[in-house]
Write a protein that binds this ligand. Structure first.
Ligand code: ADP
Ligand code: ASP
Ligand code: MG
Length: 409
């Protein structure tokens, strides 16, 4: 059985006209001889609408009930789309997370997939030409509904492709593939033909929401070829795949940005062993991810500790840090929401020097102050003021001449 997984995002299923385009893509795959597992997101804007509702009803929505609520968006999409397919004469059925079943842990709102019953799905595929699967949702040990975090339908799709040993996973969206940077922010962004898993992992981790991070982790782990392409054109898209030597030739392949950043500073904390653990231990215990950390030079036995967290975690982080500040006798706790992170990414950085220098010089030339820096062997990230975000992305894109096809591409 040749299986293809095709995932369609929110803008691709936004209304009947869009769903007709989706139908055409599915029918093309069927004509090519595939059994199709079609994974759908909620209609554009629906998950946000449901989250707003939850916050109107409750000051602290119960996480598991919130998952029951927001998982309904995908249920609507799969039911409506299956009706279209059945009207057109195809043997199709909808499949919700618990019917697959897609088992996850019980970390509501950002659950992790534990396993998928591929036998049951294969049996359903024997009896149908198309399975229309709800993305984003699963169920835990207690049969409670879970969701996989924002953008989680990408992960549902790649996980299903891995479980069913599909030929590939196609991710259909509103742009024609993975670009050198967000094409909606920078008109000079250039579409890439291929991207290495590690590079895509960094791009996604640094904020490029075209693929959810966990979907790329799955793809890499199970070696699933992922093709990102547009629902609304026939362009060839971008293949996310294993690294090969030619990819190393390109120093920088993309610029990513992340607005979901808040900067927190604990002022004048005592500079002694155990202080970092006293600050970051309770944050980690609360499941709050701390990104960049800077500890300043000590003055008279005291130092400032500055770090970034995601904006959605800020309120909880500040609550925890109020009591930590008292305990370690810090002098002040301040935060700043007007920051963002821009990152330069490329697997070729491993073998080339000078990338950081070029990036810093380019930002300096535009008078953009760099507040924090972090590096890995394939990326350089800078925290800057949010008002400079677009300028910084375009400036870095120009500095590395990413609009030009390099000879190795
Ligand atoms: P979907 O609803 O189909 O899942 P998303 O909105 O989650 O779509 O992801 C697609 C969006 O990702 C694009 O519209 C684009 O603005 C954004 N994006 C950010 N960085 C990139 C990039 N490097 N390449 C392509 N798209 C990007
Ligand atoms: N509907 C969910 C969201 O908006 C999942 C997805 O679209 O991938 O985050
Ligand atoms: Mg998405």
């Amino acid at each position: 059985m040749r299986i293809l997984v095709q995932k369609f995002g929110g803008t691709s299923v936004a209304d009947l006209t869009c769903m007709r385009q989706v139908q055409a893509k599915v029918e093309k795959a069927l004509a090519d001889g595939y059994k199709v597992v079609c994974v759908l997101s909620a209609m554009a804007g629906e998950t946000n609408r449901l989250l707003t509702l939850a916050r109107e009803w409750s000051s602290r929505p119960d996480p598991s009930e919130q998952d029951v609520l927001i998982a309904t968006g995908e249920q609507v999409s799969v039911a409506l789309f299956t009706m279209l397919l059945r009207d057109a004469g195809w043997k199709a059925r909808s499949v919700l997370g618990f019917q697959m079943p897609m088992h996850t842990d019980n970390d509501y709102g950002k659950a992790r997939i534990m396993n998928i019953d591929s036998d049951r799905l294969k049996q359903m595929l024997d009896e149908h030409e198309v399975l229309v699967a709800a993305g984003f949702q699963g169920c835990d040990e207690c049969q409670r509904i879970t969701t996989l975090g924002r953008g989680g339908s990408d992960t549902s799709a790649v996980a299903l492709a891995a479980a069913l040993e599909a030929e590939r996973c196609e991710i259909y969206t509103d742009v024609e593939g993975v670009y050198t940077t967000d094409p909606n922010l920078c008109s000079r962004a250039r579409k890439l033909d291929r991207v290495a898993y590690d590079e895509m992992l960094e791009m996604a981790s640094m904020g490029a929401k075209v693929l959810q991070i966990r979907s790329v982790e799955f793809a890499k782990k199970y070696n699933v070829p992922v093709l990102v392409r547009s629902t609304f054109s026939d362009a060839s898209g971008t293949l996310v795949t294993k690294e090969d030597p030619s990819m190393e030739e390109v120093k920088v392949s993309g610029i990513a940005y992340d607005k979901d950043q808040a900067r927190v500073t604990l002022r004048e904390v005592p500079d002694r062993p155990g202080v970092a653990a006293a600050i970051f231990g309770p944050l980690a215990d609360a499941g709050i991810l701390v990104d960049m950390i800077i500890q300043n030079v000590s003055r008279e036995g005291r130092t400032d500790m500055t770090f970034t967290v995601s904006r959605s975690d800020l309120e909880r982080a500040l609550e925890i840090l109020q009591s930590v500040a008292k305990e370690i006798e810090a002098n002040d706790l301040i935060h700043d929401l007007g920051v963002c992170k821009v990152s330069v990414i490329g697997v070729g950085m491993r073998n080339h020097s000078g990338v950081a220098g070029t990036a810093f010089r380019a930002l300096t030339a535009e008078n953009i102050n760099i507040m924090m820096i972090s590096t890995s062997e394939i990326k350089i990230s800078c925290v800057i003021e949010e008002k400079y975000l677009e300028l910084a992305v375009r400036t870095l894109h120009d500095a590395f001449e990413l609009d030009k096809q390099s000879a190795e591409d």
